[in-house]
Ligand binder design. Structure first.
Ligand code: CDP
Length: 233
């Protein structure tokens, strides 16, 4: 089946069904918009298993996504959507770019979750943008913006609940949305330790890509540990 798109971590293929794509998770890991890049055997499998678990749990909690089913260790079938070029970030605690940019203390608690938009445009380095920029760039209208924020906050609530069951805390995460053929906004892309910051509640140990970004541990061992915890639920 023909390749539709190849990103840093996944390949998207057409299927016999015009409304369905097949996604293959790759063993590639990148950080800093591709500045750091490595191949890690088993990474595609782990992120496919973890994302599939999250999308299934979210569906049970009433959050629809593009996810249909996992078909192998590294593949899943998804509904065809047109991705809205926005990275929707939700933060419960300060970490990463918001610490560097605005001077919050690493790990500082936010009284309520913060939702931010970043323009998904590699050539511009995915800059932070305001709601007015989102409209000016014609990426979403007021109604869409409200819907993106509403869904992002429900995803946050659900993920916090899952992490809590594992004695972990959800620091922040990035999600993406698409529009289906009827124009309905659907959660898409992936939810994995590549796209979330997850800390141990007691020790603040990282269960996410920061171990790779900061060279503080083995990515495969970290993701495997996270997946094993998820399997115990
Ligand atoms: O990760 P970094 O410090 O560059 O950016 P951030 O704005 O602090 O990232 C917030 C959250 O979104 C983290 O959980 C990142 O892993 C995730 N993120 C992502 O998945 N993809 C990006 N291109 C940027 C951030």
């Amino acid at each position: 089946m023909t390749l539709v798109y190849e990103g840093k971590a996944k390949r998207v293929f057409n299927t016999d069904d015009n409304n369905i794509y097949r996604i293959e998770y790759k063993d590639e890991v990148t950080a800093g918009n591709g500045a750091k890049k490595d191949k890690m055997e088993g990474k595609g499998r782990l992120n496919n298993l973890i994302t599939s678990y999250f999308f299934e749990r979210l569906a049970k909690e009433g959050v629809d996504s593009h996810f249909i089913e996992r078909t192998s260790d590294t593949e899943q079938l998804v509904k065809k959507v047109t991705i809205i070029p926005l990275e929707v970030v939700v933060r419960n605690f300060a970490a990463g770019s918001i610490v560097k940019r605005l001077g919050f203390e690493n790990g500082q608690t936010f009284e309520k979750p913060l939702v931010e938009f970043y323009y998904k445009e590699d050539a511009l380095n995915d800059p932070f943008i305001s709601d007015d920029h989102v409209k000016l760039l014609d990426l979403a209208n007021d109604e869409d913006i409200a819907e993106l924020k509403r869904q992002a906050l429900i995803v946050n609530e659900t993920l916090i609940k899952i992490m809590d069951e594992m004695n972990l805390k959800l620091i922040d995460f990035k999600i993406e949305f698409g529009k289906d053929s009827e124009g309905k906004i659907l959660l898409a892309d992936e939810i994995s330790p590549d796209t979330c910051r997850i800390w141990d509640k007691e020790t603040n140990e990282n269960f996410d890509k920061d171990v790779y970004r900061n060279d503080t541990g083995s990515l495969i061992e970290t993701y495997t540990k996270f997946y094993n915890k998820l399997e115990e639920l």
